[in-house]
Design a protein around this ligand. Structure first.
Ligand code: FES
Length: 175
């Protein structure tokens, strides 16, 4: 076990931190992201590689930060297009300073806050009728009788509209 950990550690550290450029293999090992995914991000314009004298791709170490942010963004459910837009100047391939990263972070804040609010709303309303037309919830007869909400247009007005949850939503069903 200890030996295994040492092997992994040696692999990860196979590119010394003082080396400014990394091969795709080293980048993959350090970031934990598959080589195929790295090439995909590169094709999508999220990473930039230079070529060494042997015409092999080389990535600067700032690519690790980009990959970490892409991974976190995807885990949070952000589409790649939005991650690309948010990263903006970071995609030039040049390392950015703290102030530039602060500006990128600010640009992302509104969108993330909005997503957090949406997820909280979904979480809070999962146990009530959201008037989506399914009529499968025990409270639908009370909150959406005969799918009356269909008259308001498509969608689930109880979820999509910025309405506070009904205070009586947790009341036991009369079904
Ligand atoms: S939850 Fe779908 S109509 Fe009530």
């Amino acid at each position: 076990m200890v030996e295994d950990k040492a092997k992994v550690s040696n692999k990860i550290n196979s590119t010394p931190p003082s080396t400014p450029y990394m091969s795709v293999g080293a980048l993959s090992r350090r970031s934990g992201i598959a080589v195929s995914a790295i090439h995909y991000y590169e094709r999508e314009g999220l990473l930039r590689a230079t070529r060494n004298s042997a015409n092999h791709r080389r990535y600067n170490r700032a690519s690790l930060r980009i990959l970490a942010i892409i991974k976190a963004g995807q885990r949070a459910g952000l589409p790649l297009s939005e991650i690309r837009t948010a990263l903006g100047p970071a995609l030039s391939g040049d390392p950015l300073g703290r102030e530039e990263w602060r500006r990128i972070s600010e640009g992302w804040r509104d969108d993330l806050d909005q997503r957090i609010e949406t997820l909280k709303r979904v979480r809070d309303r999962l146990s009530i009728c959201i008037r989506c037309g399914c009529l499968s919830h025990e409270l639908c007869r009370m909150f959406n009788p005969e799918d009356a909400a269909a008259a308001e247009g498509p969608g689930a007005p109880g979820l999509e509209a910025d309405l506070p949850p009904r205070p009586d939503a947790a009341a036991p069903s009369h079904s």
